[in-house]
Design a protein around this ligand. Structure first.
Ligand code: IPD
Ligand code: CA
Ligand code: CA
Length: 268
């Protein structure tokens, strides 16, 4: 059953990816949601394609889409859609962004796809069926220590002047091979699933940022929790995703940072 959902999600993500490629070739058309949060014609056009197609295939299902054009429904099935994850990169012409589509049944994620249309990289997973990268099985890395890890994180657009994550960024940078800040949480999670990064953490992400990536990481053999080690729920205040092997060490260091620095609490 999940297979059909996944096939639909893959087809739709690739369709939306075509729209993003077209829009990326044009001069950007930027507007603002609030003071800092960008939105472009590309976010809107991509969402239009995704919501129309999901609604056509699964008319009963609820759709939660970032730009607000989804649909409510009493169904226990809910699609989480980020039509363009990495809008700031997109708007600056930096080719690091993705489409993220996931289906949940109640609290259980069934299918997830993250698609980078510029590199034509497709990360996909269905619950219990493993994860793939461009059709080939994908696994998390085997690196077992923080000191030899490559990590990634992100910062929210709002409250960027004084965000506690800068304390974690600083500390984890000194204790690892480095911390990348690529600007697309969906791709960050996909890269943990693909073994490119050993771990990822962030504060304040929305369900559409993480739903697909969480399933990718789990199905690729990785672990997901919040930064304090409690179970992660979509939209929760923090997320920690790892190859499993460095999870406990990441948590220990996060707890140490929070203890040492009152400006960097573990929950926001
Ligand atoms: C953003 C990206 C970014 C993360 C931000 C998100 P958007 O999503 O995922 O990596 O740090 O918190 O809001 O706005 O580009 O869809
Ligand atoms: Ca996003
Ligand atoms: Ca977005």
């Amino acid at each position: 059953m999940s297979k059909n959902y996944l096939e639909a999600a893959v087809e739709i993500a690739q369709e939306a990816g075509k729209v993003l490629r077209e829009e990326f070739a044009r001069p950007p058309d930027i507007a603002y949601k609030g003071d800092f949060d960008l939105v472009t014609q590309a976010d809107r056009r991509s969402e239009e394609v995704i919501v129309a197609r999901l609604h056509k295939y699964f008319p009963e299902h609820a759709i939660a889409a970032e730009e607000g054009t989804g649909r409510e429904s009493a169904s226990e099935f809910r699609w989480h859609v980020d039509p363009l994850d990495g809008t700031t990169n997109f708007a600056h012409g930096y080719p690091c962004f993705a489409v993220s589509i996931a289906l949940a049944q109640g609290d259980t994620l069934l299918a997830g796809v993250v698609y980078n249309p510029i590199y034509d990289e497709l990360f996909a997973a269905a619950r219990g069926a493993g994860a793939t990268f461009n059709g080939q099985p994908m696994r998390v890395s085997k690196n077992a220590t923080l000191a030899t890890s490559l990590l990634c994180t992100g910062f929210p657009n709002h409250k960027r002047q004084a965000h506690p994550n800068i304390h974690y960024y600083w500390d984890f940078t000194l204790r690892s091979h480095g911390v990348r800040r690529d600007g697309s949480a969906a791709l960050d999670l996909a890269c943990v699933a693909a073994g490119r990064f050993d771990a990822f953490w962030e504060f304040g992400l929305k369900p559409w940022d993480t739903a697909a990536g969480v399933l990718l990481v789990e199905e690729a053999g990785g672990k997901i929790s919040d930064l304090a080690g409690e179970p992660y729920r979509l939209g929760g205040p923090t997320i920690l995703a790892s190859n499993t092997l460095v999870h406990a060490e990441m948590q220990r260091v996060a707890a140490e940072i929070a203890r040492r620095d009152p400006a960097a609490p573990l929950q926001r």
